[in-house]
Design a protein around this ligand. Structure first.
Ligand code: IDP
Length: 147
């Protein structure tokens, strides 16, 4: 059983897509084990996107993610890290398949609606960065044998 970190970015929150996005992962069968609205600080943004520090768009990226609140989530389930990436679609919404979140709701790469961890290591790092242990629950859903 895996856990992944997903985040509705400022454009998704402003466009009222939080409910739709939560609904997609719920209906798929994954379990939401933590969630919160937060305003990302410059420091948190720079740490979260640290691997992109040398990229030309780093300043734009940090400016965007701190521009308005985000909705941070931890989801649990079998292979949820890679499956959530499939459900999100390609980084550039114009390359994302229709039916994926970015394919359905995004146009520009800088406003691509959602972030999701891309590996077991980044999931662990990002969950730890955004959530305290006591903000996450651990439970078994009564319908789990049907999913
Ligand atoms: P990912 O979010 O699909 O994992 P990454 O390559 O990790 O993609 O890039 C992080 C974020 O940086 C992307 O989600 C996207 O919003 C933004 N980004 C990527 N390339 C560009 C660019 O060329 N200009 C502006 N923003 C970009």
């Amino acid at each position: 059983m895996e856990r992944t970190f997903l985040m509705v970015k400022p454009d998704g929150v402003q466009r009222n897509l939080v409910g739709e996005i939560v609904s997609r992962f719920e209906q798929k069968g994954y379990t939401l084990v933590g969630a919160k609205m937060l305003a990302v600080s410059k420091e948190l943004a720079e740490t979260h996107y640290g691997e992109h520090k040398e990229r030309p768009f780093f300043g734009e990226l940090v400016g965007f993610i701190t521009s308005s609140p985000v909705f941070a989530m931890v989801w649990e389930g079998e292979n949820v890290i890679s499956e959530a990436r499939k459900m999100m679609g390609a980084t550039n919404p114009q390359e994302a398949t229709p039916g994926t979140i970015r394919g359905d709701y995004g146009i520009q790469v800088s406003k691509n609606v959602i972030h999701g961890s891309d590996s077991v290591e980044s999931a662990a790092r990002e969950i730890d960065l955004f959530f305290n242990e006591d903000e996450l629950v651990s439970f078994k859903k009564t319908n789990s044998e049907w999913v």
